[in-house]
Design a protein around this ligand. Structure first.
Ligand code: ATP
Ligand code: MG
Length: 267
């Protein structure tokens, strides 16, 4: 049996890119200790597009994501990310320990000036989406690692989509940057959250740049998979995952290219 990818037909994307990375290099340290993490990276993400950034450990994926998030500056080249500040979800949940799960999810809405009642409703809605209904009053230390990660996903969705979905229309879909967000979860929870993320993406039109080293995850989620070489990171290839794509074939193909990139690094 061949598994083809189930993709909706999408309207062509117009307007300025949501993310534009041009000729970006990043060097950490200096002199003999200098580490060239990225070298001449170009990447454009259209508004509403879902792109996975794939590459071996240490190739510069998180470095690139941090540059797009505005958390660090490139050594050379330019990075532009839409109009609003992108929402970021890291590998560790990074919740505020003194706030309840609900308050953690509400935080980006509070910072955006959303009123108390509406942000509380939206937090409940997002916690429901990640299967944490009834957990809003728990503090992070009372939750498991996977549950904390799901709260972080709900918070990132609040930051990226505002109150869209709760009837309000004033919030524009933003950019969501995700750095191996499901890496630490069990297979069933990961599978569930991947499906939820796709659903939310389709419903909100959020632009997603998602870092992973899991080929299967990238093929399942992304419309476009971008492969970075091992250090220094450069874009070596990219693949579209159109409707007629055979998912297994694409998976095998990308896996062999990733192997090639990793073994080239060792030579
Ligand atoms: N703040 C820093 N100072 C010095 N070196 C750094 C810093 N951040 C990253 N590096 C180096 O840059 C390179 C790329 O790191 P990065 O974290 O971007 O890799 P990655 O692709 O995200 O890896 P992984 O899949 O393991 O998370 C590594 O060699 C790392 O040691
Ligand atoms: Mg990383």
């Amino acid at each position: 049996m061949t598994a083809t990818l189930d993709r909706r037909d999408r309207a062509p994307r117009t307007g300025p890119p949501a993310v534009e990375v041009a000729g970006v290099s990043k060097v950490f340290g200096s002199g003999t200790d200098a580490v060239v993490a990225l070298d001449g990276v170009d990447l454009t993400v259209a508004p509403g597009e879902f792109v996975c950034l794939l590459g071996a450990s240490g190739c510069g994926k998180s470095t690139l994501l941090n540059l797009v998030a505005g958390l660090d500056q490139p050594t050379s080249g330019t990075v532009a990310a839409g109009t609003a500040r992108p929402a970021v979800m890291f590998q560790e949940a990074a919740l505020l320990p003194w706030l309840t799960a609900g308050r953690n999810v509400e935080l980006p809405l509070r910072l955006a000036g959303v009123g108390r009642q509406r942000r509380k409703e939206r937090a409940q809605e997002l916690l429901g989406l990640v299967r944490l209904e009834g957990q809003a009053d728990k503090r992070p230390h009372e939750l498991s690692g996977g549950m904390r990660q799901r709260v972080a996903l709900a918070r990132a969705l609040a930051a990226a989509t505002g109150t869209a979905g709760s009837g309000a229309t004033e919030v524009q879909p933003g950019v969501l940057l995700m750095d191996e967000p499901f890496g630490a979860l069990d297979a069933i929870t990961r599978d569930f959250l991947q499906a939820e993320l796709l659903r939310v993406w389709e419903a909100t039109g959020t632009t997603i740049l998602f870092v992973t080293h899991d080929v299967r995850e990238s093929v399942r989620l992304a419309e476009r998979v971008v492969l970075l070489s091992s250090r220094p990171g450069r874009v070596v290839r990219e693949w579209g995952t159109g409707e007629d794509t055979d998912a297994e074939e694409l998976h095998d193909h990308i896996t062999s290219e990733l192997r090639e990139v990793i073994s080239a690094h060792g030579r």
